[in-house]
Design a protein around this ligand. Structure first.
Ligand code: SIN
Ligand code: MN
Length: 261
C-alpha cells in the first residue's frame, strides 16, 4: 500500500519514487516480453531518428497478455485508486526504451495537455505510474521533473503542429514547452531527477512538467508508463480521435489481479 508519507510527497512535489514494487523474477519476465514487443511491427512501435532503435511501444496493455496483467498488479491499482479516490482504468500504457547510447531526449512537457486537447479528457483526474525495468541513474537519461509545477495548470500555449498523432510521440514533441516558459519556472522551482533501482515505481501527476535527456551510458533505461484514469473522467467524443493504443476506448473499471503476476 502507498503510505501516507508517500502520498503527501506525491501531492507536494507532484511525484514520488517507491522502491521494490517488482521482484527479480517479475522483472525478468517483463524484460523478456519487452524484447519480444520491440520486434513486433505495430503502428504503436516508434523508432528513434536513426530509423532502427526502438524508442517506445504504445498500447502494450492491449496487445500483451503479460502487460494486461501488469496493469492490474494490486499495488499499482490500489495506488492509482487512492490518488484518484475511486475506480480506475488504463487510458494509455507504453514502454519507453531509452536504449543504451541511442535513446533520445523527451523535451520538457506536461502530459495532461495531450489528453485534454487530443483525447477530450475532461479533467486531470489521472495519474502516471512508471515501473523501472532498469536502474535509472544520472547517466542514462532519467526522468527529470520541475517539482511543484503540477500546481501551475497547463503551461503550454498552442500546438506546434507536425505530423498528426505521430508528433505526440517523437523527440520533436507537440506541446513542448519553450525556453521563455521554462526559464522563470525552473529558476524558482528547480529540477529533480527521478533516479532509483530497477523494480521501483515512480508515480507522477499528469500536470507535472517533465522530460529527459539522452542516454549517454552503455546501459538501457527502460521503463513502463501506465496512465490510470478515473472511471468518472472518461474522455468525451472528439474529432480525429487518436488510435486506441493512445486513447483507450474501454473504460471498464480494473479489478486487481488475484493470482501471482
Ligand atoms: C514521457 O514523458 O512520456 C516519457 C519521458 C521518458 O521516458 O523519459
Ligand atoms: Mn510525458
Amino acid at each position: 500500500m502507498l503510505s501516507d508519507d508517500q502520498l503527501d510527497t506525491y501531492y507536494e512535489d507532484g511525484f514520488v519514487v517507491v522502491p521494490d514494487v517488482l521482484g527479480p523474477a517479475q522483472r525478468i519476465r517483463l524484460r523478456a516480453e519487452v524484447e519480444r514487443l520491440y520486434t513486433v511491427d505495430h503502428p504503436g512501435r516508434v523508432l528513434e531518428k536513426d530509423g532502427r532503435t526502438v524508442r517506445a511501444v504504445h498500447g502494450c496493455h492491449r496487445t500483451s497478455p503479460l502487460f494486461s496483467r501488469l496493469v492490474r498488479l494490486p499495488f499499482l491499482v490500489a495506488a492509482a485508486e487512492r490518488i484518484l479516490d475511486g475506480k480506475v482504468y488504463v487510458h494509455q500504457s507504453k514502454v519507453n526504451a531509452k536504449r543504451a547510447l541511442h535513446g533520445d531526449i523527451w523535451p520538457w512537457h506536461q502530459d495532461y495537455v495531450f489528453w485534454e486537447r487530443e483525447d477530450g479528457m475532461p479533467a486531470p483526474r489521472a495519474t502516471n505510474i512508471a515501473v523501472f525495468l532498469d536502474e535509472a541513474t544520472a547517466h542514462n537519461g532519467p526522468l527529470l521533473f520541475v517539482p511543484g509545477s503540477h500546481r501551475l495548470g497547463t503551461v503550454a500555449s498552442g500546438r506546434r503542429g507536425g505530423d498528426g498523432w505521430k508528433s505526440n510521440l517523437a523527440a520533436d514533441l507537440d506541446y513542448a514547452l519553450t525556453a521563455e516558459q521554462l526559464t522563470p519556472l525552473i529558476a524558482r522551482l528547480g529540477i529533480r531527477a527521478a533516479t532509483g533501482p530497477e523494480g521501483s515505481a515512480l508515480l507522477f501527476d499528469p500536470r507535472l512538467i517533465h522530460g529527459s535527456g539522452a542516454n549517454m551510458s552503455p546501459v538501457d533505461r527502460q521503463l513502463v508508463i501506465i496512465t490510470y484514469n478515473s472511471v468518472d473522467n472518461v474522455p468525451v467524443e472528439v474529432p480525429n480521435r487518436r488510435p486506441d493504443f493512445l486513447c483507450e476506448p474501454d473504460s471498464t473499471a480494473l479489478e486487481p489481479l488475484i493470482d501471482e503476476f
